[in-house]
Write a protein that binds this ligand. Structure first.
Ligand code: HEC
Length: 95
């Protein structure tokens, strides 16, 4: 599998497959493919507005919890949408 881990990730962020939904459900029982894809979309559009969206696979769950809490106000993302961004990032986070 060729991973594009360079500076430019546009379009290279991991997409959601069935196995990812299974993995997400361990932590987020309400996770669905549509909800994870919605989180990916918000992440791409809103979190990618100032800088390239960072690759979810390069940070741990804890690092993403911190970053999403810190950055969401800057991105104007809150509530359910913020939770879905975190679910998407956590699902692909470095273990
Ligand atoms: C308004 C502009 C802006 C938006 C929108 C934004 N960021 Fe950032 N982000 C920054 C800036 C500027 C930095 C550089 C470090 C700092 O200022 O804290 C940064 C740094 C980061 C870092 C690196 C932090 C580190 O020190 O390792 C991560 C991860 C990150 N942003 C994630 C996000 C996420 C997730 C979102 C969406 C919720 C987001 N960003 C939206 C401006 C933005």
């Amino acid at each position: 599998m060729a991973l594009a881990l360079g500076a430019c990730l546009a379009g290279g962020l991991p997409t959601v497959a069935d196995g990812d939904v299974e993995r997400a459900r361990v932590l987020f029982p309400e996770a669905t493919r549509a909800r994870l894809e919605s989180g990916r979309q918000t992440y791409t559009l809103r979190c990618g507005a100032c800088h390239e969206p960072h690759d979810p696979r390069l940070r741990t769950r804890r690092e993403w919890e911190w970053a999403v809490a810190e950055m969401s106000p800057r991105a104007g993302v809150e509530g359910e949408r913020q939770a879905l961004v975190l679910q998407y990032l956590t699902t692909f986070a470095r273990r």
